[in-house]
Write a new protein. Sequence first.
Length: 396
Amino acid sequence: MPYSDDRDTWFEGQGLWAHIPASDWQSWTWQLKNRLTSIEHLEQYMTLTADEKAGCLFASHKLSLAITPYFFNLIDRNDPDCPLRKQMIPREGETQVSSEEMLDSLGEDEHSPVPGLVHRYPDRVLFLVTDRCAAYCRYCTRSRLVSNAQDYNFHPEYEQGLRYIESHPEVRDVLLSGGDPLLLSDKKLEHLLVRLREIKHVEFIRIGSRIPTFLPQRITPALCDLFKKYGAIWMSIHVNHPKECTQELKNACERLSYAGVPLGNQSVLLKGVNDDTDVMKALVQRLLRMRVRPYYIYQMDLITGGSHFKVDVRKGIEIIRALRGHTTGYAVPQYVIDAPGGGGKVPINPEYLEEINDKEVVFRNFEGKQFRYPLTTTPLPKKAEIEMPVEDLRIH
């Protein structure tokens, strides 16, 4: 059955926590303190499947379990196939590791000149500023690092990272990530922004965060004032399914936009979550209505214990083909594979180009119709010059 997107319905409310004061519900620190972090917490509100119970028991060895009350409200507790439930509640598949999977699937450690900083591309660095998240996605690329369930023992070294950036004038772009940078206090975040703004060759600051999706209460007026003060700061949020596009998320995105923060979205293609053309179309269109430009769809990285989420790349290409020409170009993200071992992001697109030679480009449009674009020009034969009487050239 095609996915139905009711554009006028945006979930809002306290749900299971309707009994608590609204002031608590709107507090991001209350949300963090009251996260569901164990099998016992979950079973207070839902019946887990045997698959989920096995996953929860293994979580402390791979990636901790944590879900904010706000996001837990969005999960269908009666449907084991709920796309949000699949993303957040561990399953037994996490215990199964294939030979193709890697602990550090993107080769970040190999490109890390100082702890917490990855310098893979010539002009930009990834600055990992925390190992904590508001909630833990079960397909996390950095499951080896975040929550410290695997004893990775990562501790961000701000000063080492900042000194490295200062001493490398080719670095013009800094991406703050982790963990989630927006879990830092305003004071710590401001310290980082001040230091980065003092480095003259740093032109571009980005933040990668799923906080707006998991914890929209964190997008406070004070935080937005911080971004106004030290802008321009760009942010990539992470939304995978239209059910995540709530009124609270919409409000948070609008607050960020009004603070001058351009927003893009990064989705991960996940089996049983968003590997469907109708679902993805509904998602990208909802994102635009929230002032968020769909930016990337990632083929899932080769993380250990992630094979149950893996989608055939041909399905991703099919989704892009179904979007292009059938919705506004602003809604069509780039489908990429982050090359295993540290090769960087590589676009994977439908084959529109059929042939290119010295004379022309032959290609097809979104409808499959063939077109030709000439690369050379052929002057038309000169027409015989026509002599006009002088009087006919006068201005009348």
